[in-house]
Design a protein around this ligand. Structure first.
Ligand code: NAD
Ligand code: TYD
Length: 339
């Protein structure tokens, strides 16, 4: 056997893509997927790999300090890769409390467990949203950009980043952090922009564009994010932060028009709706540090990534229809409970 990796939030969008990526690339390693299965967790994302000897699922909430310490002290992983989070900005506006509990307290519990069980290598997966909002002509965010979070989601992620860094400086915990741009690709929960628009169009529904549609995000295909984290785990310098972006800034309107074009739909399918409260205008990431130091570069172009993503949603209607109907939440009860 190779290494043992404890992945938190492995039933979510990026975590499940990472587990698929890792099991295929390093079949000798063992993955322990620790996830609470909130509304965003879906074990169907991992259906094709749920039985092999190199994968195991543990249902647990990272805000439960004792349980987390118990799991980490019995599993003794070589590394923790921390994805688990409340991740949707709109939900953080409707109900911020879960964001503080999971993203801040949950991260703290994991850091404490890592420290108390032999200073376990810890990679923290974070977001570019911690840096705030850019004006149209501002330079992209980089590792030295001051933090300026503006939503309860980004504020809770910023707090967790600070805690992770504090555990390095104070206790010598071997950490790294990545702050990544917006991801897209398979298994993306259909409440986020791209999967919501694609699945709505398949269902013949309109696509809701917030405000004037001129907010800008930097987009990265999820596989490229997994490769960046792999490189950071293998070659990243302990204590360091790496900014990861797609060099692919698009307005939401451009995203809408690209999806309409690739799905042969007309602009009458766009519905302009009320803007998000405190809507950050623009995110952009300068990835030159990870490119220079670790040789990472995004491999999937926006055109190719969008085509692959739309194709995936067309071929996996069963997956997202169960999410939209709520049926996916029975998967654990049916398939895992008595294991
Ligand atoms: P997601 O919402 O799809 O998945 C989150 C996962 O965490 C789910 O499986 C959920 O069940 C689990 N979870 C939530 N609360 C938990 C708790 N208290 N205990 C245990 N598990 C819990 O999120 P995602 O989009 O895959 O994002 C993963 C990570 O990457 C997050 O930390 C997010 O901040 C970060 N990130 C996301 C993006 C993006 O574009 N999606 C970009 C940059 C960084
Ligand atoms: P989202 O996918 O929620 O990611 P984030 O807010 O973390 O960047 O939203 C991406 C952008 O798309 C953001 O500017 C808000 C906008 N948006 C819409 O215009 N309509 C929608 O229905 C959603 C979900 C998002």
């Amino acid at each position: 056997m190779g290494k043992k990796l404890l992945v938190t939030g492995g039933a979510g969008f990026i975590g499940s893509n990472f587990i698929h990526y890792w099991i295929e690339k390093y079949p000798q390693d063992l993955i322990v997927n620790l996830d609470a299965l909130t509304y965003a967790g879906n074990l169907e994302n991992l259906k094709s790999i749920e039985n092999p000897p190199n994968y195991k699922f543990v249902k647990a909430d990272i805000s439960d300090k004792e349980k987390i310490n118990e799991i980490i002290s019995s599993e003794k992983p070589d590394a923790i890769i921390h994805y688990a989070a409340e991740s949707h900005v709109d939900r953080s506006i409707l109900g911020p409390e879960n964001f503080v509990r999971t993203n801040v307290l949950g991260t703290f519990n994991l850091l404490e467990a890592a420290r108390q069980n032999g200073n376990i290598r810890f990679h923290h997966v974070s977001t570019d949203e911690v840096f705030g909002s850019l004006g149209p002509n501002d330079a992209p965010f980089n590792e030295t950009t001051p933090y300026d979070p503006r939503s309860p989601y980004s504020a809770s992620k910023a707090s967790s980043d600070h805690l992770v860094r504090a555990y390095f400086h104070t206790f010598g915990l071997p950490i790294t952090i990545s702050n990544c741009a917006n991801n897209y690709g398979p298994y993306h929960f259909p409440e986020k922009l791209i999967p919501l628009f694609v699945t709505n169009l398949i269902e013949g529904k309109k696509i809701p564009l917030y405000g004037d549609g001129m907010n800008v995000r930097d987009w990265l295909y999820v596989q490229d994010h997994c490769e960046a984290i792999d490189l950071i785990l293998q070659k990243g310098k302990i204590g360091e932060t790496y900014c990861v972006g797609g060099n692919c800034e698009k307005t939401n309107k451009e995203i809408a028009y690209k999806i309409l074009e690739l799905m042969n739909e007309g602009e009458e399918m766009i519905e302009f709706v009320a803007d998000r409260k405190g809507h950050d205008l623009r995110y952009s990431i300068d990835s030159s540090k990870i490119q220079r130091e670790l040789g990472w570069t995004p491999k999937t172009s926006f055109e190719e990534g969008m085509k692959k993503t739309i194709q995936w949603y067309k071929e996996n209607e069963d997956w997202w229809k169960k999410i939209k109907s709520g049926e996916y939440q029975n998967y654990y009860e049916k398939n895992y409970k008595d294991r």
